[in-house]
Design a binder for this molecule. Structure first.
Ligand code: KG4
Ligand code: ZN
Length: 343
């Protein structure tokens, strides 16, 4: 990323998200906020395979992206934005290349700057789209299908990693356990629904790594624990499955809550931001809110639609980067792996 020598006025940014299985587009205006957005989820396309098929994801993004951009431009009467922001990584390389190639090319055609955005920075900044936006600095818990990170956010672009998952991400653990319970893909929200019918304390799952110092996580053992619990039951009834879902959710939520409390104490921050797909989880929201109140800290979440992947968070992160004078060259950049600390 380069610092553009001549700062041009950027008011309206087109954001494009294609890092995994959602095609998201949005227009962010510096004083009006998100003025238009569209999202197409590929969940139905991939559900028959029990997970995302990268080649199918790329092909679907190719078909969806330009019509979705056209729709938000027509809706708003915008003929061209002042800049384009696209997700440059991390994610599925073919899927990323669709957004990067289309986004970069549209910017070239319009003669406006383009900027490649780190997907996790998009998630991190998503709560800033809400009326009740957090001030910097804050601790962020980023819980998605691919990542579980605790980050000290000093300002846009200045992030210190406090802890991360050593194996499965929290969302991945939700999805794998949901699959064991016969729920559709992606299973996080389905498992959370099933857990509502489960009884507390019927099973007790471990809280991985909470008795060790530090802020790292490990969730892969929980799915094995769920599998072993299921195997011990001859024919698991709906009630048994709901109890297992409840025990699993309790374990993940408590583990995340303990580590967030520890991160607030370690950094001395009094603001906690929760972002990423798993932050849509109602139990997690409730428990983190309770914990934050006890610590005299404030907790901030994006609205549920901005917890999971979307174009709005990319448009907003792009606006922040471009307003700081950053933009990319003409090359089309996409990085399947991209440590947040490197941006
Ligand atoms: O952020 P996201 O849309 O995509 C990634 O960047 O990974 O997160 C998707 C993840 C999936 O694992 C999904 O099952 C999980 O978020 N998820 C949930 C809930 N809603 C989505 N997990 C638990 N409870 C939910 N309500
Ligand atoms: Zn995501």
């Amino acid at each position: 990323m380069t610092n553009a020598s001549s700062k041009r006025q950027i008011s309206l940014v087109l954001g494009i998200e294609t890092s995994c299985d959602e095609t998201g587009v949005a227009l962010y205006h510096c004083s009006e906020g998100i003025v238009a957005e569209q999202l197409h989820s590929q969940a139905d396309l991939h559900s028959q395979y029990g997970g995302v098929v990268p080649e199918l994801a790329s092909r679907d993004h190719i078909c969806r992206l330009i019509p979705l951009v056209r729709r938000i431009m027509n809706e708003t009467g915008v003929t061209q934005p002042d800049a384009v922001a696209y997700t440059a990584g991390p994610g599925l390389i073919g899927a990323l290349h669709v957004g990067a190639a289309v986004g970069r090319s549209m910017a070239f055609g319009w003669g406006v700057p383009a900027v490649g955005i780190h997907h996790l920075e998009g998630h991190l900044l998503a709560p800033m789209l809400e009326d009740n936006a957090p001030d910097f600095p804050f601790v962020a818990l980023l819980v998605s299908g691919g990542h579980t990170l605790l980050i000290d956010v000093i300002r846009v672009g200045e992030y210190t990693l406090l802890g991360e998952s050593l194996d499965d991400a929290a969302g991945e653990a939700f999805d794998k356990t949901a699959k064991l319970l016969g729920l559709p893909y992606p299973g996080g929200a389905f498992l959370a629904n099933l857990a509502r019918d489960g009884r507390a304390g019927q099973y007790h799952f471990p809280r991985p790594m909470i008795d060790r110092p530090g802020l790292d996580f490990s969730f892969s053992g929980l799915k094995t624990y769920a599998l072993n619990t299921l195997h011990k039951l001859e024919n698991a009834s709906y009630d048994d499955q709901a109890d297992i879902a409840r025990a699993f959710e309790d374990a993940v939520v408590e583990t995340l809550t303990v580590k967030c409390r520890r991160a607030l104490a370690q950094t001395g921050r009094n603001r906690l931001v929760i972002a990423g797909g798993v932050s849509a989880n109602q139990r997690l929201r409730e428990d983190l809110t309770r914990m934050a109140n006890e610590q005299s800290a404030k907790v901030f979440f994006p609205r549920p639609a901005y917890c999971t992947d979307n174009g709005a968070m990319i448009a907003y992160a792009g606006y922040r980067r471009l307003a700081a004078g950053e933009s990319d060259g003409l090359d089309i950049r996409a990085f399947p792996r991209w440590p947040l600390a490197q941006i």
